[in-house]
Design a protein around this ligand. Structure first.
Ligand SMILES: NC(=O)c1ccc[n+]([C@@H]2O[C@H](COP(=O)([O-])OP(=O)(O)OC[C@H]3O[C@@H](n4cnc5c(N)ncnc54)[C@H](OP(=O)(O)O)[C@@H]3O)[C@@H](O)[C@H]2O)c1
Length: 387
């Protein structure tokens, strides 16, 4: 396992964001460090500005939660974060809530969402938190989410949820290869369905944002237009590792989507779109492929780890060489909230460690991006005209 993770580290890692820092707004890096002790869990937050202590039933003991100090005030703004119950999504939701936003935790399992809400509430009294069910592997669930959303404005849509390295090829409810279906097509459909809400927020002077969480792994990917669901013999390959062809294809689709969305939004609509690589982050993303930790592909639930101890052990090991989620989330948070990072500044860019960075050649190919957009429309059955 360590060998595998070490390999991944070498291939995809970046310097920790704090060292680069060009996007980061606040000097404060207040950190809530969770420490497991005996039968309970305690929170110790140190900051120049605040000291809060609390306790909660926590799933991911190595997740460190930031305070509001690093973000501009976000009161009155509405933020949707997919996969907000875990890892980067949970860290982002916590910080957005701490900054005063109304945060919608868009999660596929309402009970995990409720637990995440409790955890966030334990460290911040700010913000309003809502849990809303969203299974990105099921287009009817995306449709229901958007229907429940109604006519509310949406200031920030953070497309964060994802799966990686499912060892055996699997499909979504709609029959799409699962990495592509969850990581890209579900998010494509969600953005299309929430587009009126984003436009409404932008028209209200809010300068709305779409932040797509991709990966530097996209550089190993290619879009298989001849076999998009990777059904041909040998197409679904390396999927016991993070080099999984299906994962890298889906992460390339993420970058292409951000670029093409920016190209298709007419001038004058202030929705800024960007994509991000968070680096190598200590989360549960590796849960499908490790020999001593497995998750059910359909539900994401850990198999044979009822008390979460295997995941905790994994995260202790990962903690030696991976960036904590709260630190790694700084780039996506800055793109979501920094007033300077408006449409003109961001313009479809790909960001790594807080800096605009060239993506792969294929990710920069406008013809590929346009073709992928049209394919995504056909696959989802949604004509997405972002006007
Ligand atoms: N960790 C890294 O090193 C790394 C590196 C590069 C990019 N990223 C990207 O960062 C993003 C966040 O991942 P993470 O590292 O924070 O991993 P994580 O802790 O495993 O979080 C993934 C989230 O996605 C959700 N999700 C999975 N399938 C879903 C579905 N069908 N519908 C809705 N939500 C679903 C998960 O929900 P459940 O808990 O219910 O499964 C979970 O909340 C991903 O897009 C990933 O590709 C991570």
């Amino acid at each position: 396992m360590l060998l595998l993770l070490g390999l991944f580290n070498t291939a995809f890692s970046h310097s920790p964001p704090a060292r680069m820092g060009s996007l980061y707004t606040g000097e404060a890096r207040a950190i809530a460090t969770m420490q497991i002790g005996g039968c309970g869990v305690g929170l110790h937050i140190s900051s120049r500005r605040a000291a809060i202590a609390g306790g909660a039933a926590l799933l991911l003991p190595t997740t460190r939660l930031p305070s509001a100090a690093a973000l501009p005030p976000f009161a009155g703004r509405t933020v949707v974060i997919t996969g907000a119950n875990s890892g980067l999504g949970l860290a982002s939701a916590t910080q957005m809530a701490a900054a005063g936003a109304t945060v919608i935790l868009a999660v596929r399992d309402a009970s995990k969402g409720a637990e995440a809400k409790e955890r966030i509430r334990a460290v911040t009294q700010n913000g309003a938190l809502e849990v809303s069910e969203l299974d990105l592997g099921d287009l009817s669930s995306v449709k229901s989410f958007a229907k429940r959303w109604g006519y509310r404005p949406c200031d920030v849509l953070m497309l964060n949820a994802g799966v990686m390295a499912i060892p055996q090829r699997a499909t979504t409810e709609d029959g799409f290869e699962r990495h592509l279906g969850v990581n890209h097509l579900g998010h494509f459909a969600l953005t299309a369905r929430l587009w009126p809400a984003l436009k409404k927020a932008a028209a209200g002077g809010g300068a709305a944002r779409v932040v797509v969480v991709s990966s530097d792994g996209h550089k190993k990917g290619t879009i298989r237009f001849d076999d998009i669901n990777l059904e041909k013999p040998g197409a679904y390959k390396d999927c016991s590792t993070p080099f999984c062809s299906a994962y890298t294809q889906s992460k390339l689709a993420n970058v292409l989507f951000a670029k093409e969305l920016e190209r298709r939004i007419p001038p004058g609509i202030e929705v800024a779109v960007s994509s991000v690589s968070p680096g190598l982050v200590n989360t549960a993303l590796f849960r499908y492929s490790l020999p001593d930790l497995k998750a059910d592909v359909g539900s994401g639930a850990l198999v044979g780890d009822p008390d979460g101890s295997k995941l905790r052990d994994l995260q202790k090991i990962q903690g030696y060489f991976m960036t904590p989620a709260d630190t790694a989330a700084q780039t996506q948070l800055a793109l979501a909230s920094d007033p300077k990072l408006d449409r003109a500044a961001v313009s479809g860019g790909y960001y790594v460690d807080g800096k605009k960075t060239p993506p792969s050649k294929e990710a920069d190919d406008a013809a590929v991006a346009s073709k992928m957009w049209e394919l995504s429309e056909r696959m989802t059955g949604i004509a997405f005209v972002p006007e």
